[in-house]
Write a protein that binds this ligand. Structure first.
Ligand code: 3EB
Length: 326
């Protein structure tokens, strides 16, 4: 567990974007806006159609190593010996059925990773519009899960190596998937008070969501999945955003604690994680939620606040986090 981290991730103000983009060490920058796009000249320059609520903070991924750039089908990626960072953006209007689009996306990712020699997925981010819309009797999130599940099954991807993930509804078109992979699997972390998502019962969809609660990398980064007010497999506090936030913070703490049990992370509290994104369904709740976060985690904690739809219609917020310090 003592490998030196090949990159780190830091928050910056969006006003620094043009300057940060000039520095070749910054191999990926994730920012937010009204459309989802990936710079055609640069696969790490990603904009997600999630309007920032309050200060626009962007995520900057920096490596001192020289990265190579390549592509395979629609997947474009950068890599060095230790890791690969890739992205793809599919026009999902071409695929009315989101199960086909997500299966295609994950097949392309499989093909690219196989070709590049990085078989282990560590962290996936999935974004697409109208996530809670029912199409031909199935909610689009559930269709997404069907396609992802099928592709990972064909890939023979073991449940105990499933990556941490996010799946959020955007306000712009396109299915965006970006991800980190490595040559060796990370360590999977689950949450003792939640049923593993890959074992959710069928009431949440015909095929279970294939992700883990967190992954710990061999270079001691912790990637915590989108985390919500779910205990067992059920949503709690359906109409109460602040109570959902409390439940979510408890889940984050449990995941962090279980990551700490076997591994020294130099990160003792949720507020120390450094990188947090909170997705908020209804912007009207923003101020109350931010006040509550400051009360719980301290007033200096910085959170990327984004307007986005959460994958169950009764979930009002979701928080993901990373410990990947510079
Ligand atoms: C949950 O715990 C909330 O389908 O990739 C969180 C993170 C959630 C990732 C995914 C779903 C996903 O079930 C939803």
């Amino acid at each position: 567990m003592s490998t030196q981290a090949p990159y780190c991730v830091e928050l910056h103000s969006a006003s620094e974007f043009d300057a940060l983009k000039q520095d070749p060490r910054n191999f990926a920058i994730v920012r937010y806006g009204h459309t989802t796009k990936v710079d055609p000249e640069h696969p790490g320059m990603i904009q997600i159609a999630l309007p920032p609520l309050g200060e626009h903070l962007i995520e900057v991924w920096r490596s001192e190593q020289e990265l190579h750039r390549s592509e395979f089908g629609p997947v474009r990626y950068q890599y060095c010996d230790q890791f690969l960072f890739g992205s793809l953006l599919l026009d999902d209007a071409a695929d009315q059925d989101l199960a086909h689009a997500s299966a295609r996306a994950y097949q392309h990712i499989h093909d690219a990773l196989e070709q590049a020699g990085f078989p282990s997925l560590l962290r996936m981010w999935n974004y697409f519009p109208r996530i809670n819309l029912e199409v031909e009797g199935l909610e689009r999130y559930r269709s997404f899960c069907v396609g992802r599940h099928q592709a990972l099954e064909a890939w023979h991807f073991p449940n105990e190596q499933l990556p941490a993930a996010t799946a959020i509804g955007t306000l712009g078109e396109g299915l965006l998937v970006y991800f980190v992979a490595s040559k060796k699997p990370g360590i999977q972390i689950e949450n003792a008070r939640q049923v593993s998502a890959f074992y959710y019962p069928q009431q949440y969809g015909p095929k279970s969501p294939t992700f883990s609660r967190a992954t710990l990398t061999e270079w001691s980064h912790l990637y915590i999945s989108g985390t919500a007010s779910i205990v067992g497999h059920e949503t709690l506090h359906a109409d109460d955003p602040l109570a959902q936030l409390d439940e979510t913070l408890t889940n984050l703490r449990i995941v962090l604690d279980s990551a700490q049990q076997d591994h020294e992370l130099h990160c003792n509290q949720v507020g120390d994680l450094g990188l947090m994104r909170m997705y908020i369904r209804d912007p009207v709740n923003t101020e109350a939620l931010l006040g509550h976060i400051h009360e719980r985690l301290g007033s200096t904690v910085r959170v990327q606040l984004l307007q986005g739809d959460i994958c169950r219609s009764d979930l009002l917020i979701e928080i993901e986090a990373m410990h990947a310090p510079c």
